[in-house]
Design a protein around this ligand. Structure first.
Ligand SMILES: [Ca+2]
Ligand SMILES: [Ca+2]
Ligand SMILES: [Ca+2]
Ligand SMILES: [Ca+2]
Length: 296
């Protein structure tokens, strides 16, 4: 990966804003799914509400970025077990592993999978056509691949998230200027791209709310990575966190739309999964499987 950006928090954290591939991920359906290095290698874990944590992968490769399907029965995730980053799906019980992308000869990175709301398709970012990254779409079985964005070389389009009606995709891109990522929305056919943010420094990792009205995202516009929520048309951005010493990543909505799950990185500390109210109050550390309100 050639992503190198400035930033007080360091290059690794900066890359995490663009490519969500560091050690801890969260998703809100059926408890939490996340990746962790707790065993030495990066593996996928599932913590279903009311039960203990289960490890889904076990190998020397990096398995990370898990996202549960809308029905909560499957996970899409990223693994470099065949030499370059590819997308896989697996049932929540660990059975039925299937590789979805087959471009290893090109040594390209496939990343940031996002399920369509009906669970039939997956949008993702890939470097397969020689660009930094573009957004692609495929069926959930890996067939029917379509390229959605075509930008100039060195432009990076990544981290897609679907509108709940399945008609639009919000994503992050530095197409307006290198070193300043913004959020854009497009139709699912790749047309009608419009820009949602105009801020100094990077905005990224958008997550569309279940009611379709808002988008959560992370931004360094206030000099430090924080969580924000704005209206789906880009208006009225509101900052939810004020943590000068920590960076917040990958906000995802609870099914009921009143809370946001995310993970936080602080130098010298283990990365942690948190939840926070949409108004920025009631921040809670997620430590056990007692979060029945996340179940679908
Ligand atoms: Ca592994
Ligand atoms: Ca690949
Ligand atoms: Ca920006
Ligand atoms: Ca922060």
């Amino acid at each position: 990966m050639t992503v190198r950006r400035r930033g007080a928090a360091g290059a690794a954290v900066t890359a995490a804003l663009v490519w969500p591939q560091t050690h801890l991920m969260a998703d809100a359906a059926r408890g939490f799914v996340f990746a962790s290095k707790r065993g030495g290698h990066t593996e996928i874990f599932v913590q279903v509400s009311g039960s203990s944590t289960r490890q889904l992968t076990r190998n020397r490769a990096s398995d990370y970025g898990p996202v549960s399907s809308p029905d909560g029965r499957r996970l899409a995730f990223v693994s470099d077990r065949d030499g370059d980053d590819d997308l896989y799906v697996v049932n929540l019980n660990g059975s039925g592993l299937r590789k979805l992308t087959h471009d290893s000869r090109q040594r390209s990175y496939d990343n940031a999978p996002a399920w369509s709301p009906d669970g039939t398709r997956i949008a993702f970012a890939s470097t397969r056509n020689g660009s930094e990254a573009e957004i692609y779409l495929m069926r959930a079985d890996g067939s029917g691949l379509r390229r959605l964005t075509r930008t100039a070389r060195y432009v990076l389009d990544t981290t897609p998230s679907w509108s709940p009606d399945g008609k639009q995709i919000v994503f992050a891109s530095n197409r307006a200027g290198f070193g300043d990522q913004e959020l854009y929305v497009m139709r699912v056919d790749g047309r009608r791209v419009s820009r949602l943010t105009r801020s100094p420094d990077d905005d990224g990792q958008p997550g569309w709310s279940p009611d379709g009205r808002r988008i959560a995202f992370v931004s360094r516009r206030d000099r430090n990575v924080e969580l924000y929520v704005m209206n789906a048309d880009g208006s009225r951005p509101v900052r939810l966190t004020s943590t000068l010493r920590a960076d917040e990543f990958l906000p995802r909505w609870s099914p009921t739309g009143d809370r946001i799950v995310f993970w936080s990185a602080k130098p010298g500390r283990a990365d942690r999964i948190w939840t926070i109210g949409v108004d920025g109050t009631g921040r809670r550390l997620v430590t056990t499987g007692s979060h029945a309100d996340w179940l679908r």
